[in-house]
Ligand binder design. Structure first.
Ligand code: NI
Length: 252
């Protein structure tokens, strides 16, 4: 199995060796959100064989942009373990005052992904329509992961028609989340990738505790339950989706 989206940074984990060890040979993709994290992503990729990374500037981190921000991304983008640009996107929940700047930085990073033929990992909060328009205009043909998708079936179908994959995480397991369960019941497994967004959004039965990549298994189990299929089938298909989405070369 592959956790396609997590934030395994020292500020959240003082036991990272153990957390990664619990994943065995399974793969994790760590996403940076600012300069410091992007540099940490590169170190993690060097240190652990089964850790891959994406580099990006998150829409809530724009105040931390420096002259080096784009340089750090571009200088490391050809590292074979850096498999995408992310996490990037729009966040109108936390940041309402700088929408134009958010769009500009999002578009700039999409251009970078295109230049180097990398995938993008997209964060979108209270901003799905603008996200859709930008991906449609600038991201056509790119491999796009709408990470932590948690909207309606209509929105899911719209993004899938653009060729996007939907990252599905712990919120699917929350008892009252009827909307996302309905999405999963009605879309093809080919459009789904598993993620945890660790340390956040811990799935049931561990909701409220710190999240870690191994818990991606509980997301897979919930998908299997909703679709009435074996969890092995969910793991097989979503793993293959992630391998092609992120162009993972390593034998797993
Ligand atoms: Ni995230």
């Amino acid at each position: 199995m592959i956790d396609t989206h997590c934030h395994l940074f020292s500020v959240y984990y003082d036991d990272l060796d153990d957390v990664i060890k619990r994943m065995g040979n399974n793969i994790m993709i760590v996403s940076g959100t600012n300069d410091d994290e992007n540099l940490e992503v590169i170190k993690l990729c060097d240190k652990y064989a089964n850790v891959y990374g994406t580099l990006g500037i998150h829409p809530t981190e724009l105040s931390k942009i420096t002259d080096d921000s784009f340089k750090i991304i571009e200088e490391n983008i050809l590292n074979p373990k850096i498999v995408g640009i992310g996490e990037i996107g729009l966040d109108y929940y936390w940041e309402k005052e700088n929408k134009d700047l958010q769009k500009e930085i999002f578009i700039k990073q999409i251009a970078l992904a295109r230049k180097y033929n990398k995938s993008i990992v997209v964060h979108s909060r209270d901003a799905l329509d603008d996200t859709y328009e930008i991906i449609k205009k600038y991201g056509t043909g790119l491999r796009v992961d709408i990470h932590c998708f948690s909207s309606s079936l209509e929105q899911a179908i719209r993004f899938i028609k653009l060729g996007c994959k939907l990252g599905v995480g712990g919120v699917l397991t929350f008892k009252n989340n009827v909307k996302l369960k309905n999405v999963i019941a009605n879309i093809d497994l080919d459009s789904i990738m598993l993620e945890t967004d660790s340390p956040y959004l811990t799935p049931e039965p561990y909701r409220g505790k710190r999240n870690e990549p191994y818990n991606v298994l509980y997301v897979a189990q919930k998908i299997a339950e909703i679709k009435g299929i074996d969890v092995e089938k969910v793991l097989e298909i979503t793993t293959n989706n992630a391998i092609s989405q992120f162009d993972l070369k390593r034998e797993i």
